[in-house]
Design a protein around this ligand. Structure first.
Ligand code: THU
Length: 125
């Protein structure tokens, strides 16, 4: 199993999901040496919760990275990124491979373009 996928699976353990009990881990690849992880973090005021994918990406940006090569997302049942995360992934990463995983490993490989075929973009503003 490659490092990106194992990091996403490992990040499920960091999840704070007392309301949904649905743990999500994500990992974003910067280069051959650097992978940044994220997990979902829920709040009693539900809309303030954040998904694992955005935690990973915002953490990477905050650490000074802005070029991303691939993302892995891990859940117990191979859930795919929500619409909000698809929009953020597209804007921050462009067209990158996305590996959808469960706790045993990869179950599907897709792309950010395939997940969001008609994105809203800055040139619409
Ligand atoms: N969740 C993610 O972390 N990523 C997604 O793309 C879908 C949903 C989280 C949000 C919430 O904490 C839990 O999964 C149930 O919706």
């Amino acid at each position: 199993m490659n490092d990106l996928i194992s990091k996403a699976i490992q990040m499920m353990k960091m999840s704070r999901a007392p309301y949904s009990s649905y743990s999500v881990g994500a990992a974003i690849k910067i280069d051959e040496e650097i992978i940044i992880g994220g997990c979902n973090i829920e709040n009693a005021s539900y809309p303030l919760s954040i998904c694992a994918e955005r935690t990973a990406l915002f953490s990477a940006i905050a650490q000074g990275y802005n070029q991303f090569k691939a993302m892995a997302v891990a859940t117990k049942n191979g859930g795919t990124p929500c619409g909000a995360c698809r929009q953020v992934i597209w804007e921050l990463c462009g067209d990158i491979p996305i590996y959808i995983c469960d706790s045993d490993g990869i179950i599907n490989e897709t792309t950010s373009r395939a997940l969001l075929p008609a994105p809203f973009e800055k040139n619409h503003l």
